[in-house]
Write a new protein. Structure first.
Length: 179
């Protein structure tokens, strides 16, 4: 039995979880999230908890058991509290600013980069070098942060670029003059 999958997902007050037609839908004050279920797992709602069980004992269904339990837990957490990630912009002249529904980034290229913020994701900029990205959908939030970071990943010599707040960039020693 999966150690993660067998745990029930607690449903807090104000959150509604429904299972219909192979789709789990979670609705709360921060939005509505849904996930299509794999045919190997079964989800049922009992009172104030949601239980995930597997239909067979194959290796694939064992993997899906814990996965779908965690996905449902992330959906419940997302519609109640939400998720937040922080990106830091390092470099001389590098900065970020918010213009309407797009993020304008000056990252040392000849032209500034405009990144369109998708629906369901909120972005705030503090002090021109700290980007706070938040949203209810954890997967979409991670994808947006990865796309922003990919515009100028941190380089190992001076550490310039966009990195996550708690990311460690391993620095290299530059060339030394040989006589």
């Amino acid at each position: 039995m999966s150690r993660i999958g067998r745990l029930p997902v607690k449903i807090p007050a104000g959150v509604k979880v429904t299972v219909a037609g192979g789709v789990v839908t979670v609705e709360g004050r921060k939005g509505l999230l849904s996930e299509k279920l794999a045919p190997l797992v079964e989800v049922r709602v009992a009172g104030d908890s949601c239980l995930v069980s597997r239909k067979e004992e194959s290796k694939q269904s064992q993997a899906m058991h814990g996965l779908y339990r965690r996905l449902i837990q992330n959906m419940v957490t997302g519609v109640t509290e939400g998720f937040t990630k922080v990106l830091l912009v390092n470099g001389v002249g590098y900065r970020a600013e918010l213009k309407g529904a797009s993020l304008l980034l000056n990252l040392g290229y000849s032209n500034p980069i405009s990144y369109e913020i998708p629906a369901g994701i909120a972005v705030a900029v503090e002090a021109n070098n700290r980007i706070i990205v938040s949203g209810a959908d954890r997967q979409r939030l991670g994808q947006v942060c990865a796309e922003i970071r990919a515009l100028r990943p941190p380089e190992p010599y001076k550490g310039k670029g966009i990195r996550y707040e708690r990311e460690f960039v391993r620095r290299k020693i530059g060339k030394t003059g040989v006589k």
